[in-house]
Write a protein that binds this ligand. Sequence first.
Ligand code: 5GP
Ligand code: ZN
Length: 143
Amino acid sequence: MDKCIFCEIASHNIPADIISENDEVMAFADINPATKGHILVIPKTHSTNLFDIEETLLSKVICLAKRIAKIMPEVLGCSGVNLFHSAGKIAWQEVMHFHLHIVPRYSRDELRRPFVSTSTNKDELKEIAFSLAKRLSQNNINH
Ligand code: 5GP
Ligand code: ZN
């Protein structure tokens, strides 16, 4: 099997423009930035995506993302950020090592929302919310 590129970056075996790291998490510049200052935050140990990352580690990834996002307006001159994560190939995930994108947003950037709202009827919304809530409460009992 091919080596995981982000495991290699986490181990310093291949270079990246690292902006922060500790024993557990790392942040570095995306090689193909969507906007100026696009950063990726990863756990150093391999998880594939949101489906398998351990929750404490996930919270460390998110906290680092928050600290980076907070300084972006001052350092980069952006006016906001998007955080995004793709879980699964169907959701456009290309690198199969968990990563959170921090994409700084500028008043005249070219980014557009990739989706439009679908029309869903109110009964269906209720049904979906009910099914998810029911399953979630079963999980919480077993947690
Ligand atoms: P995904 O589509 O999986 O959510 O995003 C993968 C991201 O990783 C892309 O934005 C891509 O530009 C970035 N990327 C892929 N390979 C490398 C690399 O070797 N180094 C860095 N710094 N970024 C990478
Ligand atoms: Zn990996």
